[in-house]
Ligand binder design. Structure first.
Ligand SMILES: [Zn+2]
Length: 298
């Protein structure tokens, strides 16, 4: 079954920490054994680093050296059967406040506008809920719309989220965020935010980090299914999928340690009563449709 993942941090591990691709959670071999079709690789940096822009270029080089085919140009009509890589950015400070920086990252399809630091674009949920996008943030959104690059609201605060919903014409996504009403942390989405993403035909990738899945205990794989159920209960079965956050998280449910474990998660969802069609959508077709929609906008 075509399976896709909207977020991992393997490029940071490879380019910044020196980890060989074969030792990442998202190793090519594990992508193959999990039956993955699309793995999104984020260039992650932040103002906690000496030079986020230089980090971005180093991660771009690591992306291009991955032993996987890359989908950097026009997407094929049908989703790929063997693992392919696509490029995203996490932490808009990599662009250092210049729209022209986008030219340096061809193939880029998603930008998480902030990580956990306030930058030239906006303010993260980790800081406050009330400060909206900044002037450069609005300029950047217009340019992303022109290029068919989607705004990723994972990490962004609530005021920034609503600015994106109102102003972005390419449908936005939350590449790796969960339901706040099941796990009350600022990184997760409220019901109103999930409903807004459904309304916009955006995308939500459920995150496997235990602290975003369950509170006060170690999460289990059933918690991942609970967050998917909760999004579907609000009407989101055509916009929900996976945003594992592999290689960026230090704890995950037992039995869900790498892409090789996706089939076990899909089996669990099947046992919960999802039909074949619903499973195919959640496994990857929702994300594929989302990517094709952003591309069609360019
Ligand atoms: Zn993240």
């Amino acid at each position: 079954m075509f399976t896709a993942d909207a977020h991992c941090d393997a490029l940071y591990r490879i380019a910044i920490e020196g980890c060989p691709p074969s030792e990442c959670a998202v190793a090519p071999e594990r992508l193959r054994s999990g039956g993955m079709g699309v793995q999104t690789f984020a260039m992650f940096s932040s103002l906690g680093r000496p030079d986020p822009h230089a980090d971005g270029l180093a991660m771009l080089a690591a992306y291009r050296a991955l032993p996987l085919p890359r989908l950097d140009g026009a997407l094929p009509d049908l989703p790929p059967e063997d693992p392919c890589a696509i490029l995203s950015m996490e932490g808009g400070e990599i662009l250092r406040g210049e729209l022209s920086s986008l030219d340096e990252f061809p193939g880029l399809r998603l930008i998480a506008l902030t990580w956990n630091y306030e930058n030239e674009i906006g303010t993260p949920a980790a800081k406050n809920a009330c400060d909206g996008l900044k002037p450069f943030g609005f300029q950047l959104l217009r340019e992303m719309d022109r290029r068919g690059i989607a705004a990723d609201v994972s990490h962004l605060n609530e005021a920034g989220f609503w600015d994106v919903m109102e102003r972005a014409s390419v449908a936005p996504l939350a590449s790796h965020s969960n339901c706040r009403w099941l796990c009350d942390v600022p990184r997760n989405l409220t019901r109103a935010q999930v409903r807004a993403l459904i309304e916009r035909r955006g995308f939500i990738g459920v995150n496997f980090y235990t602290e975003f899945l369950a509170q006060g205990r170690k999460a289990v794989i059933e918690d991942v299914a609970n967050h998917i159920d909760a999004i579907c209960e609000l009407g989101g079965e055509e916009i929900v999928g996976f945003g594992s956050d592999f290689d960026g998280i230090e704890s995950w449910p037992d039995g869900l340690a790498s892409p090789a474990d996706f089939p076990a998660l899909l089996d669990l969802l099947r046992r919960r009563g999802y039909s074949d069609g619903q499973l195919r959508n959640i496994a990857g077709r929702n994300y594929w449709r989302f990517l094709k929609g952003a591309e069609a906008h360019a």
